[in-house]
Write a protein that binds this ligand. Sequence first.
Ligand code: IMP
Length: 187
Amino acid sequence: MNSLPLHKLEVMITAEEIAKRVGELGREIEEAYPHHDEPLLLVGVLKGAAVFLADLIRAINRPLEYDFVAVSSYGKATQTSGEVRILKDLDASVQGKHVLVVEDILDTGLTLRFSYLIESLKARHAKSVGVCVLLDKPSRRRVQVPVQHSGFTIEDRYVVGYGMDYAEQYRNLGYIAQVEFEKEYPD
Ligand code: IMP
Protein backbone atom coordinates (compact mmCIF):
# COMPACT_ATOMS: atom_id res chain seq x y z
CA MET A 1 0.00 0.00 0.00
CA ASN A 2 2.08 2.84 -1.31
CA SER A 3 0.40 6.23 -1.70
CA LEU A 4 3.53 8.06 -2.84
CA PRO A 5 3.30 9.61 -6.29
CA LEU A 6 5.87 8.33 -8.76
CA HIS A 7 7.59 10.81 -11.00
CA LYS A 8 9.32 10.28 -14.27
CA LEU A 9 13.02 10.83 -13.67
CA GLU A 10 15.64 11.58 -16.28
CA VAL A 11 19.28 10.96 -15.40
CA MET A 12 21.21 14.21 -15.50
CA ILE A 13 24.54 13.27 -13.84
CA THR A 14 25.59 9.64 -13.47
CA ALA A 15 27.13 8.08 -10.35
CA GLU A 16 30.43 7.75 -12.23
CA GLU A 17 30.44 11.43 -13.18
CA ILE A 18 29.69 12.41 -9.59
CA ALA A 19 32.49 10.20 -8.23
CA LYS A 20 35.01 11.67 -10.67
CA ARG A 21 34.04 15.26 -9.86
CA VAL A 22 34.02 14.64 -6.09
CA GLY A 23 37.59 13.32 -6.44
CA GLU A 24 38.58 16.50 -8.28
CA LEU A 25 36.93 18.65 -5.60
CA GLY A 26 38.93 16.74 -3.01
CA ARG A 27 42.19 17.70 -4.77
CA GLU A 28 40.99 21.33 -5.06
CA ILE A 29 40.21 21.49 -1.36
CA GLU A 30 43.56 19.92 -0.40
CA GLU A 31 45.29 22.64 -2.41
CA ALA A 32 43.14 25.38 -0.88
CA TYR A 33 44.08 24.31 2.66
CA PRO A 34 47.73 23.23 2.33
CA HIS A 35 48.81 23.73 5.95
CA HIS A 36 47.83 20.54 7.73
CA ASP A 37 48.43 22.03 11.17
CA GLU A 38 45.58 24.52 10.55
CA PRO A 39 42.23 22.96 11.54
CA LEU A 40 39.66 22.45 8.78
CA LEU A 41 35.96 21.97 9.61
CA LEU A 42 33.52 20.93 6.90
CA VAL A 43 29.95 21.96 7.74
CA GLY A 44 27.25 20.07 5.85
CA VAL A 45 23.83 21.65 5.48
CA LEU A 46 21.18 19.04 6.30
CA LYS A 47 19.64 17.11 4.86
CA GLY A 48 20.57 17.50 1.23
CA ALA A 49 24.34 17.74 1.64
CA ALA A 50 24.73 14.62 3.81
CA VAL A 51 25.46 12.20 0.95
CA PHE A 52 27.81 14.63 -0.81
CA LEU A 53 29.64 15.39 2.44
CA ALA A 54 30.08 11.68 3.19
CA ASP A 55 31.84 11.17 -0.15
CA LEU A 56 33.70 14.48 -0.12
CA ILE A 57 35.42 13.96 3.25
CA ARG A 58 36.82 10.65 2.01
CA ALA A 59 38.20 12.39 -1.09
CA ILE A 60 40.18 14.90 1.01
CA ASN A 61 43.58 13.63 2.12
CA ARG A 62 44.34 15.95 5.05
CA PRO A 63 43.21 16.20 8.68
CA LEU A 64 39.65 17.52 9.03
CA GLU A 65 36.53 17.49 11.17
CA TYR A 66 32.93 17.67 10.05
CA ASP A 67 29.65 18.78 11.54
CA PHE A 68 26.15 19.56 10.34
CA VAL A 69 23.75 22.48 10.55
CA ALA A 70 20.09 22.33 9.67
CA VAL A 71 18.17 25.22 8.17
CA SER A 72 14.64 25.24 6.94
CA SER A 73 12.94 27.63 4.60
CA TYR A 74 9.20 27.90 4.49
CA GLY A 75 7.33 27.55 1.22
CA LYS A 76 6.51 24.97 -1.40
CA ALA A 77 8.78 22.00 -1.96
CA THR A 78 10.08 23.34 -5.27
CA GLN A 79 10.39 27.00 -4.31
CA THR A 80 12.62 28.72 -1.81
CA SER A 81 10.53 31.30 0.00
CA GLY A 82 13.37 33.43 1.29
CA GLU A 83 12.57 32.97 4.96
CA VAL A 84 14.99 30.74 6.84
CA ARG A 85 14.86 29.00 10.21
CA ILE A 86 17.89 27.56 12.00
CA LEU A 87 17.00 24.10 13.29
CA LYS A 88 20.37 22.72 14.38
CA ASP A 89 23.46 24.65 15.29
CA LEU A 90 27.09 23.49 15.29
CA ASP A 91 28.24 21.34 18.20
CA ALA A 92 31.63 22.98 18.76
CA SER A 93 33.40 26.33 18.46
CA VAL A 94 34.69 27.42 15.05
CA GLN A 95 37.18 29.89 16.48
CA GLY A 96 40.51 29.73 14.65
CA LYS A 97 39.31 27.03 12.24
CA HIS A 98 39.01 27.13 8.49
CA VAL A 99 35.33 26.42 7.88
CA LEU A 100 34.04 25.08 4.57
CA VAL A 101 30.25 25.12 4.24
CA VAL A 102 29.06 22.21 2.10
CA GLU A 103 25.71 22.62 0.32
CA ASP A 104 23.96 20.30 -2.09
CA ILE A 105 22.68 22.95 -4.45
CA LEU A 106 22.97 26.71 -4.73
CA ASP A 107 19.67 27.93 -6.11
CA THR A 108 18.46 31.42 -5.29
CA GLY A 109 21.33 31.90 -2.87
CA LEU A 110 19.15 32.72 0.09
CA THR A 111 19.85 29.67 2.23
CA LEU A 112 23.55 30.25 2.28
CA ARG A 113 23.43 34.03 2.39
CA PHE A 114 20.80 34.71 5.01
CA SER A 115 21.09 31.74 7.22
CA TYR A 116 23.63 32.09 9.92
CA LEU A 117 26.04 30.03 7.93
CA ILE A 118 28.39 32.62 6.50
CA GLU A 119 27.94 35.82 8.46
CA SER A 120 27.58 34.07 11.76
CA LEU A 121 30.55 31.82 11.15
CA LYS A 122 32.62 34.91 10.47
CA ALA A 123 31.25 36.59 13.58
CA ARG A 124 32.28 33.55 15.59
CA HIS A 125 35.89 34.13 14.52
CA ALA A 126 36.38 31.32 12.06
CA LYS A 127 39.83 31.68 10.53
CA SER A 128 38.20 31.59 7.09
CA VAL A 129 34.77 30.72 5.70
CA GLY A 130 34.48 29.03 2.32
CA VAL A 131 31.61 27.47 0.39
CA CYS A 132 31.55 24.22 -1.57
CA VAL A 133 28.43 23.32 -3.55
CA LEU A 134 27.77 20.18 -5.55
CA LEU A 135 25.39 21.90 -7.97
CA ASP A 136 25.08 25.53 -8.98
CA LYS A 137 22.00 26.96 -10.72
CA PRO A 138 23.31 30.45 -11.55
CA SER A 139 20.23 31.48 -13.55
CA ARG A 140 18.20 31.52 -10.33
CA ARG A 141 20.61 33.62 -8.29
CA ARG A 142 18.98 36.51 -6.39
CA VAL A 143 21.78 37.09 -3.91
CA GLN A 144 25.45 36.80 -4.78
CA VAL A 145 27.24 34.11 -2.80
CA PRO A 146 31.00 33.68 -3.15
CA VAL A 147 31.51 29.99 -3.97
CA GLN A 148 35.06 28.67 -3.85
CA HIS A 149 34.33 25.11 -4.99
CA SER A 150 31.52 24.05 -7.32
CA GLY A 151 30.87 20.57 -8.68
CA PHE A 152 28.54 21.10 -11.63
CA THR A 153 26.72 24.07 -13.14
CA ILE A 154 23.20 23.10 -14.23
CA GLU A 155 20.18 24.63 -15.90
CA ASP A 156 17.12 25.68 -13.91
CA ARG A 157 15.65 22.20 -13.44
CA TYR A 158 14.37 20.56 -10.26
CA VAL A 159 16.78 17.74 -9.46
CA VAL A 160 16.74 14.82 -7.03
CA GLY A 161 19.05 12.05 -5.90
CA TYR A 162 22.46 11.86 -4.22
CA GLY A 163 20.93 13.37 -1.07
CA MET A 164 18.47 15.73 -2.75
CA ASP A 165 14.75 15.18 -2.44
CA TYR A 166 11.31 15.90 -3.69
CA ALA A 167 8.92 15.64 -0.71
CA GLU A 168 11.64 13.62 1.13
CA GLN A 169 11.80 11.01 -1.64
CA TYR A 170 14.66 10.04 -3.98
CA ARG A 171 17.52 11.01 -1.63
CA ASN A 172 18.86 7.45 -1.93
CA LEU A 173 19.46 7.53 -5.67
CA GLY A 174 23.15 7.15 -6.52
CA TYR A 175 22.81 9.53 -9.46
CA ILE A 176 21.25 12.98 -10.01
CA ALA A 177 18.03 13.11 -12.00
CA GLN A 178 15.67 15.81 -13.11
CA VAL A 179 12.02 15.42 -12.25
CA GLU A 180 9.36 15.67 -14.90
CA PHE A 181 6.40 16.86 -12.86
CA GLU A 182 3.82 16.89 -15.65
CA LYS A 183 3.85 13.12 -16.00
CA GLU A 184 2.67 11.89 -12.63
CA TYR A 185 1.61 8.26 -12.43
CA PRO A 186 -1.41 7.18 -10.41
CA ASP A 187 -0.76 5.16 -7.22
P1 IMP B 1 18.69 28.55 -2.05
O1 IMP B 1 20.09 28.60 -2.64
O2 IMP B 1 18.55 29.37 -0.84
O3 IMP B 1 17.62 28.85 -3.06
O4 IMP B 1 18.35 27.10 -1.55
C1 IMP B 1 19.00 25.98 -1.90
C2 IMP B 1 18.30 24.83 -1.22
O5 IMP B 1 17.01 24.62 -1.81
C3 IMP B 1 19.08 23.57 -1.42
O6 IMP B 1 19.97 23.35 -0.35
C4 IMP B 1 18.00 22.53 -1.52
O7 IMP B 1 17.68 22.05 -0.23
C5 IMP B 1 16.81 23.26 -2.09
N1 IMP B 1 16.73 23.09 -3.55
C6 IMP B 1 16.86 24.04 -4.47
N2 IMP B 1 16.76 23.55 -5.71
C7 IMP B 1 16.56 22.22 -5.57
C8 IMP B 1 16.39 21.12 -6.50
O8 IMP B 1 16.43 21.26 -7.73
N3 IMP B 1 16.22 19.89 -5.95
C9 IMP B 1 16.20 19.67 -4.60
N4 IMP B 1 16.35 20.67 -3.71
C10 IMP B 1 16.53 21.92 -4.19
